[in-house]
Write a protein that binds this ligand. Structure first.
Ligand code: 5GP
Length: 111
C-alpha cells in the first residue's frame, strides 16, 4: 500500500531529509513530540513490523546503525528513544514501516 512516506521517498511530497541511502530514508516528523523527532523508514513498502519477512530483517539492523549515527550527529546519543508502533491498536497511523527517533528533552518513562 502506497502511503505518504513513499511519496516523500519519491520526492512527490516535501520533507526535511537528514539521511538517505539505497535502503533507508530519515526525515523530520511533521508533528514532533520532542526537539528531535525523526522518522527512519525502509524504502521498501513494508506495512509494519509484524509483516517484516525474514529476508528483510537486515533492514532493521541498518536502520539501527543509521539511528546511532543520527543520534551522535544531533547530540542526543546520551538519551533517546527508538520505537515503532505496530498496528492501529498501538497507534500506528501510517502503514509503511517506520521507527521514531525521539530525544533532545527528558522523556517520560513508559514502563
Ligand atoms: P505512527 O503513528 O504511524 O507511528 O507515526 C506516523 C508519524 O508520521 C506521525 O508521528 C506523524 O506526525 C508523521 N507524519 C504523518 N504524515 C506525515 C508527512 O506527510 N510528513 C512527515 N514528515 N511526517 C508525517
Amino acid at each position: 500500500m502506497t502511503t505518504v512516506f513513499s511519496k516523500i521517498i519519491r520526492r512527490e511530497l516535501p520533507a526535511e531529509i537528514l539521511f538517505e541511502n539505497d535502503h533507508l530514508i530519515a526525515f523530520k516528523d511533521i508533528n514532533p513530540v520532542a526537539p528531535v523527532h525523526l522518522l527512519l523508514v525502509p524504502k521498501k513498502e513494508i506495512r509494519d513490523l509484524q509483516s517484516l519477512a525474514p529476508e528483510d530483517l537486515y533492514l532493521v539492523g541498518e536502520l539501527i546503525a543509521a539511528a546511532q549515527q543520527l543520534a551522535e550527529q544531533l547530540g542526543i546519543s546520551n538519551g533517546y528513544r527508538l520505537l515503532t508502533n505496530n498496528g492501529a491498536a498501538a497507534g500506528q497511523a501510517v502503514f509503511h514501516l517506520h521507527f521514531h527517533l525521539i530525544g533532545g528533552a527528558p522523556l517520560a518513562p513508559i514502563g
